[in-house]
Design a protein around this ligand. Structure first.
Ligand code: SF4
Length: 255
């Protein structure tokens, strides 16, 4: 058990992270992104793991992702001084999740007031939250979205994070989405979604174990293209899945 440096006992780890997450030689399982992609389409999750080279990311989507990252970086300072937990693998722009978990654990033990990119893990499922802010009774967390309003998928994202953080032993008080407001000098507008995000706890638990199993299975999962290919996000495997379907149709018609 780990206790905060403040002595108030706000942070009690149920289990030592090093014993349940990211053991040597073991990959972390689902992240927030992979969970949400698996919810949209289990085949998308499987392809991400086994055939990621088939992705065709449109340039406008890439540009939107980069703009979102930039907005997120600017938001880190919205509450003043902070410590950032991001660590990259040597020579790459890929987060070193195991190092981030260890760094977060240390920051929480020291009672740091504002932690950015705080990383958590439960049974090898992982998430990082944009801003974690200490309160008198626990912590609040803020997810930053480069959007003018809160969409349901943002609340589901936060529900996944709440599930992982709570299971790792940290008490969460309130949850916010930081939207992009109209004032460019101070565009960060927090919208509280505590009740809605916490309401997704059971839903996450109902899906996370099955998605873990699907991600690990060796055989490619067969799912026909449909509405899920464009909602809530455009899928980057359309060329592959639709191409296969068209080839099958041509074969059928040729019989
Ligand atoms: S294109 Fe459609 S069926 Fe194929 S992985 Fe994407 S969402 Fe799933």
């Amino acid at each position: 058990m780990l206790e905060s440096a403040s002595g108030k006992g706000l942070y009690h780890m149920k289990e030592d992270l090093s014993s349940v997450c990211g053991k040597e030689g073991e990959n972390l399982a689902l992240t927030k992104t992979s969970f949400m992609r698996g919810i949209q389409c289990p085949k998308m999750l499987w392809l991400d793991k086994h055939k990621p080279g088939l992705q065709a990311i449109p340039p406008e989507v890439q540009a939107r992702l980069e703009a979102g990252n930039e907005f997120g970086d600017r938001a880190m300072g919205m509450f003043g001084p902070y410590e950032e937990m991001t660590v990259y693998l040597p020579g790459k722009k890929i987060p070193d999740k195991k190092a981030m978990l260890a760094k977060t654990k240390d920051a929480l033990a020291r009672g740091v007031e504002v932690i950015c990119e705080a990383a958590f893990c439960s049974y090898n499922n992982y998430c990082a939250v944009d801003i974690l802010r200490k309160t008198a009774t626990g912590h609040d967390f803020y997810e930053v979205k480069n959007a003018s309003e809160v969409h349901e998928q943002f609340i589901r994202d936060a529900g996944f994070q709440y599930f992982i953080i709570t299971r790792s032993g940290l008490k969460i008080d309130r949850i916010f989405i930081v939207t992009h407001g109209p004032e460019e000098s101070n565009p960060f507008v927090p919208v509280e979604i505590t009740k809605e995000a916490k309401g997704y706890y059971t839903w996450v638990n109902e899906h996370i174990w099955n998605l873990n199993r699907i991600q690990k299975q060796a055989e490619e999962i067969e799912i026909a293209p449909g509405e899920q290919c464009s909602s809530p996000y455009d899928c980057w495997y359309k060329d592959y899945c639709l191409g296969i379907r068209q080839a099958e149709q041509i074969r059928m018609e040729g019989v």
